[in-house]
Write a protein that binds this ligand. Structure first.
Ligand code: ATP
Length: 452
């Protein structure tokens, strides 16, 4: 018995203990073994579509939860019939060929669940994405994923699409960025080709829309998107949407649309911590070399502590270091990493230690200016003598370093993303009207620059 059959036997025991006897005997008892393992999926053959649909609808989440608990690696059970297997077989090899970057529905084949490194900052979104991918249209609809730039929203969203396509070749998945939607609509309306537009956007099972905030201000496209959303939603088609902010904070997008986004489940991806960033670097390195033994962990720690807020930048830094070593025929070491990254680090004020000192510096300069203590500045009191300096400090940190709102919130006693966003916007608006505020902020900024 292979390890997947052993796992299935353990899952069966759990099912037997929790399900009604009749249900267990009807559905699960006849399934004695698994069929095959591929790409993190354990395929199990069932007698017919009726059993398959029943399992998928009522028991799949439970079964995969058991698998998660009972098996050390990430695996998912997939229940298929003989009929499914013919296209399945052809799909898992050529369609999932990672050399061919794009597959149907405009999906980037490299974005998968198994190369998405999970940590505290993205655990919940990851789990929910897996559940949605397991049972499209049934768990959370729409799934709304938000977070700051470069933190993995697109990766996670496309992993859902790839997983669904891996399980069912015939699933019609469509991934678009919101600007493509606007462009398509504008072009096809002009050419009076709405049938083409509907063929592309309505004849689908899973709709993945990236960067929805781009719809802001595009009134006609919003109206069409609203109609499309309702059309797909009514038919239980899965919608996944990403954005740089929570739906309630989207500006210039009609409320009847944003309120639709709030009907399902919203999850946010936060900035990964240092250990998580090192793990991500290790995983990215595995794409370049199969042997990590020679890699000095300190090098990865150094890169991870220099690029804190954006995984895309983190990845870019690693590539830059590897390229630098390769072209100059150098070993990978802290020194060579520093040399390779020097131009980036010089212009970028976001190396961890430097950064934290500078955040502190902003907090203490603002506190000094207003004659309050840093403890009051980051404390809970809502007295106006603390609130204005607090908002100014948040604004200055955002303006100087452009780090995620959630990270700034952490520097102010664990305040959330939206509190910081509102504070920054308030100061930005008041700056246009209040010249004494402008003078105050300029004075603090000057002191800050002299201090750095
Ligand atoms: N948890 C993760 N594990 C592995 N790679 C990740 C992870 N999160 C992000 N990445 C990688 O970081 C890069 C940026 O991710 P992605 O494009 O998904 O970010 P995003 O949040 O959609 O950014 P944007 O707001 O700019 O659209 C991608 O190459 C992606 O594979």
């Amino acid at each position: 018995m292979n390890i997947y059959d052993q796992l299935w036997q353990k899952v069966l025991v759990e099912l037997e203990n929790t399900l009604e006897e009749e249900t267990y005997q009807d559905i699960f008892e006849p399934i004695k073994s698994t069929h095959k393992y591929s790409n993190g999926n354990i395929f199990v053959l069932v007698q017919n579509d009726f059993v398959k649909n029943r399992i998928n609808r009522f028991y799949l989440l439970k079964i995969n939860d058991y698998a998660e608990k009972l098996h050390p690696e990430k695996v998912r059970f997939k229940f298929v019939t003989e009929e499914d297997l013919i296209p399945e077989e052809t799909l898992t090899s050529p369609e999932r060929d990672l050399d061919k970057k794009y597959r149907s529905g405009n999906l980037n084949a490299t974005y998968a669940f198994d190369n998405f490194v999970v940590g505290k900052s993205n655990m919940f979104p990851f789990r929910m994405a897996m559940k949605v991918a397991d049972q499209p249209g049934m768990v959370a609809n729409p799934l709304y994923i938000f977070g700051d730039v470069g933190l993995g929203k697109t990766h996670l969203m496309q992993a859902i699409g790839n997983y669904i396509l891996d399980s069912n070749v015939n699933a019609r998945v469509l991934y678009v960025k919101a600007d493509t939607f606007i462009e398509d609509y504008a072009t096809l309306v002009k050419k009076e080709k709405m049938d083409d537009f509907y063929a592309k956007y309505r004849d689908i099972d899973v709709f993945l829309v990236d960067d929805i905030q781009i719809l802001a201000g595009a009134k006609k496209s919003q109206m069409e998107f609203f109609k499309l959303f309702d059309y797909l939603y009514q038919q239980n088609k899965q919608l996944v949407i990403t954005s740089d902010k929570p739906a309630s904070e989207l500006k210039d997008i009609m409320t009847r649309l944003t309120s639709r986004f709030e009907v399902g489940l919203s999850v946010d991806i936060q900035v990964p911590d240092q250990d998580h960033r090192v793990e991500i670097l290790k995983r990215k390195l595995l794409n370049e070399t199969s042997d990590l033994h020679d890699i000095n962990n300190q090098v990865l720690e150094f890169i991870a502590s220099s690029f804190v807020t954006n995984i895309r930048e983190l990845e870019g830094a690693l590539k830059r270091v590897l390229f630098y070593c390769l072209t100059n025929n150098l070993d990978l070491s802290i020194e060579t990493a520093k040399e390779a990254l020097e131009p980036l680090l010089k212009t970028k004020k976001t190396s961890n230690s430097l950064n934290e000192n500078n955040y502190d510096k902003i907090q203490s300069l603002v506190s000094d200016f207003y004659g309050i203590t840093v403890t009051d500045l980051i404390g809970k009191s809502r007295k106006s003598k603390y609130v204005l300096p607090r908002h100014i400090a948040m604004y200055l940190i955002k303006d100087s370093y452009n780090i995620p709102y959630a990270t700034i919130g952490n520097l102010f006693g664990g305040r959330d993303h939206s509190t910081v966003l509102t504070a920054c916007e308030k100061i930005e608006n008041e700056l246009k009207l209040d010249s004494s505020l402008k003078v105050a902020i300029e004075t603090i900024s000057k002191k800050l620059n002299n201090n750095l």
